[in-house]
Write a protein that binds this ligand. Structure first.
Ligand code: G3P
Ligand code: MG
Length: 383
């Protein structure tokens, strides 16, 4: 098997042993099988999908985690730093792309922890930045007063002096015969309503405008065009410098945008930019994934997870496998989280090396997600 040779050569940190399977034990018992003592977290971009297309072998690998009746045989979830749509919508999209039935509880995105901040900002105006439907995401999380940066910027004439030159149409607009987006009716008084916080939910689309508008919001204390004032809080869903999309080499991610914004803000403002980044590699993301995995409805008598994303620190698993493509994000995060995490690095995304990553070595390096699942199921006695 391909993974065997890779494992023999590249499994570099042998002290953490994967767990023993329950399947041997259940052969001798008439009781229903206990919950597996292992779980899996899959990164999405560069492991399962590139752009909108599944990576070869990914749908087949995931299908192996379901029983014949269609239920979850192995608790697994998607642990991505990407986002821009609600978790329920992403679950439907992934179900179609990968040909399996994915529950919304199985989707953890970079911005998922933002829901824990909804109470803090209550009715306060917040702006949501990024591709997709960032304002819908925040409304779903319980924020009451959200505007996308597109809508917010549209209220301020001249805030982006380059907008008259942005006359291009995207390929999808041309294909669908869509017209230019209309300006929303002027229904709010954003000139006196202070922005309480800015959330970068997903990768910003118009970097130039979004840097300009965020600098305006942040240095004026939430009222663009006014005098400098105290900076409102700024949150990023992740800090990925690069990620793997369709193009053969890595693309600039939200972390690259953060660097650009910070460099410019710090040149035009006396106080350095203050911000908080969520997403992998923060160990809290892995602890939360562990908690959610332990409540997935994959075995009898286990209640589906219904809570928010708060960490409760359950330790039901002997091993949780993180299958990722980005050493600085997926592997570093699993290593920082420690027990029971076991990191598996694929060569289908950001990492393209022959051996292990020198800075953030994984417990195991494999060619692709199919090899990763093969390894896990063999290790756990499922095949
Ligand atoms: O924008 C997506 C990217 O930053 C990472 O996605 O699935 O590789 O964590 P993923
Ligand atoms: Mg990735």
């Amino acid at each position: 098997m391909r993974f065997s040779s890779a494992f023999a050569v590249l499994r570099c940190r042998c002290k953490r042993r994967p767990s023993v399977s329950f399947s041997h034990r259940r052969c001798f018992s008439s009781y229903p099988p206990p919950r597996p003592s292992f779980g899996i977290a899959f990164d999405i971009d560069g492991v399962l999908i590139r752009g909108q297309t599944p990576i070869a072998g990914a749908p087949e690998a995931l299908r192996r985690l379901y029983s014949d009746s269609g239920g979850l045989k192995v608790p697994f979830l998607f642990l991505t730093n990407g986002g821009g749509v609600r978790e329920s919508k992403r679950a439907k999209e992934l179900s179609l792309q990968l040909g399996i039935n994915i529950l919304h509880q199985q989707v953890l995105q970079g911005h998922t922890p933002f829901k824990d901040l909804a109470n803090r900002f209550k009715e306060g105006l917040v702006i949501a930045v990024g591709k997709g439907e960032p304002a819908d995401v925040m409304l779903e999380y319980g924020f009451k007063n959200v505007l996308s940066i597109d809508e917010y910027a549209s209220y301020f004439d001249g805030i982006d002096p380059l907008s008259p030159y942005k006359t291009w149409k995207t390929r999808s607009m041309i294909d669908k015969g869509e017209k230019e987006p209309c300006k929303p009716p002027h229904t709010r008084n954003v000139f006196s309503e202070r922005v309480e916080a800015a959330f970068v939910v997903s990768d910003p689309v118009d970097w130039g405008r979004d840097i300009q508008v965020l600098c305006d919001v942040l240095r004026s204390g939430g009222l663009p065009g006014r005098e400098n004032s105290h900076q409102p809080p700024l949150f990023f869903a992740n800090d990925d410098l690069e990620y793997q999309a369709v193009f053969p080499t890595n693309r600039l991610g939200m972390g690259a945008y953060r660097i650009a914004l910070e460099a410019i803000f710090n040149r035009i403002h006396d106080n350095a930019l203050e911000y908080t980044c969520f997403g992998k590699p923060n160990p809290s993301v892995f602890r939360n994934a562990e908690n959610i995995l332990s409540h997935l409805p994959c075995c009898p008598n286990v209640e589906p997870y219904k809570g928010n994303s708060t960490i409760t620190g359950t330790h039901l698993f002997k091993t949780i496998y993180m299958v990722g493509d980005n050493p600085a994000v997926d592997i570093s995060g699993a290593r920082q989280a420690g027990h029971p995490w076991f990191s598996i690095l694929t060569r289908t995304g950001v990492f393209k090396g022959k051996e292990n990553d020198p800075q953030f070595p994984a417990d195991l390096v494999v060619d692709n997600v199919g090899d990763a699942v093969d390894y896990i199921l063999r290790q756990e006695g499922f095949v």
